[in-house]
Design a protein around this ligand. Structure first.
Ligand SMILES: NC(=O)c1ccc[n+]([C@@H]2O[C@H](COP(=O)([O-])OP(=O)(O)OC[C@H]3O[C@@H](n4cnc5c(N)ncnc54)[C@H](OP(=O)(O)O)[C@@H]3O)[C@@H](O)[C@H]2O)c1
Length: 351
């Protein structure tokens, strides 16, 4: 079957690099074009990029010339699909322009996530939200977003627990520096330090969690009636967001029931055996000092960074405490977006 030709916006950044790594050898998509800022435009990708996400720049993009991030340029290149890894402020107009011109846009940015008819899609969690694209006023194209990086792990862990009556959620994050992008946090600020503030992150976790777990009602989502409270910190870790989660349920909970729900959780991507879908989205670690970013981000060759690791499960009355670990640039960014495109293709809205 013919592969769909992809344009990656913001291809030189951390998320853009992961897009390239994943799409360089993908069964459904192939890389057709790359864009970045005026600083990088016109240069060969392999010479310009400060490659950080694997051993070497994939051969297929080595000599590809970086284009400017402008709707006219992208439309002239005529891709079948767009993946966006731009800073939010830059993404807003161009993503809407490309969708209006008829392209499917799979975006990592926060620019359109909270627009009423734009899904924040995590196909294991809210597959029916893909239907929202029918209500977008964007010509023949559409925008599908994935969540902010810390929210992605959180909602995956919450989905199977919803049947226990999740009422209130308190999350404290310990977020890796790669989450701030390639030039995000200066080494003098973060080494030997913890910064208890990340711009807009707490509001994103609150709003996105309620939207993703909400109920779709024709062209919009009614937010889930969960009381969400978030505190976010940046820590001197390269990759992997660790999150301490406290959940108040309607009724008393037992560890055995919680572990059973988490370990047996699968969704539509698993049933469809999509390439980026892990066989189990959630892995419970039973050692008393796990999960750790250094040890548990990848559990071996079959782990593409798409599983969320959980541990330190403790129940007391109606309350569950746990830690979770999510790969912020894969399950929280590029991998999530590619999974969304695979899912859209399987659902017949991407051809
Ligand atoms: N990092 C994560 O864990 C993560 C997780 C989830 C979502 N996100 C979101 O994903 C997006 C990308 O994040 P990132 O971490 O990859 O950022 P990044 O490393 O800073 O990369 C930004 C990319 O955008 C390009 N860019 C910057 N200014 C531009 C301009 N004025 N015009 C056109 N292109 C421009 C950069 O090109 P140059 O190299 O030429 O400057 C680079 O390719 C952001 O919206 C972020 O919030 C990131």
């Amino acid at each position: 079957m013919k592969k769909l030709r992809a344009c990656i916006l913001g291809a030189t950044g951390i998320v853009g690099q992961h897009f390239i790594r994943i799409l360089a050898d993908h069964p459904f998509f192939e890389i057709e074009a790359l864009t970045a800022s005026p600083r990088s435009q016109g240069h060969e990708y392999g010479r310009q990029v400060d490659w950080l996400v694997s051993e070497r720049v994939p051969e297929i993009v080595q000599e590809m010339v970086i284009q400017d991030t402008c709707a006219d340029t992208v439309l002239r290149l005529d891709p079948d699909i767009v993946f966006s890894a731009l800073p939010s402020g830059i993404a807003s107009d161009i993503e809407a322009q490309l969708a209006t011109a008829g392209l499917p846009v799979f975006s990592n940015t926060g620019a359109h996530r909270m627009d009423s008819s734009v899904p924040i899609l995590i196909p294991e969690v809210n597959p029916d939200h893909l239907e929202l694209i029918k209500y977008q006023d964007l010509g023949d194209g559409y925008i599908v977003t994935n969540s902010n990086c810390s929210t992605s792990g959180l909602v995956l862990a919450l989905r199977p627990l919803m049947e226990l009556g999740v009422r209130k959620l308190t999350v404290t994050t310990f977020q890796a520096v790669s989450g701030a992008g390639r030039r995000g946090v200066s080494s003098l600020d973060i080494l030997g330090n913890v910064i208890p503030f990340i711009t807009n992150e707490e509001a994103k976790i609150v709003g996105e969690t309620k939207k993703i777990l909400g109920t779709r009602s024709t062209g919009e989502v009614i937010p889930a009636p969960i009381d969400v409270n978030a505190s976010c910190a940046r820590v001197p870790v390269l990759d992997g967001h660790l999150e301490s989660v406290v959940i108040d349920m309607d009724e008393p909970v037992s560890i055995d029931r919680v572990v059973e729900l988490l370990e047996n959780f699968t969704g539509e991507p698993q049933a469809l055996t999509l390439p980026m879908a892990p066989s189990r989205p959630l892995v419970v670690l039973h050692e008393n000092d796990r999960p750790q970013p250094k040890r548990d981000l990848s559990l071996g060759s079959g782990d593409l960074g798409m599983t969320v690791k959980l541990g330190r499960l403790r129940c007391q009355g109606n309350q569950l405490n746990m830690f979770l670990l999510v790969h912020n640039t894969i399950r929280g960014a590029a991998g999530a977006s590619v999974l969304n495109a695979e899912f859209a293709r399987a659902k017949g809205v991407l051809a």
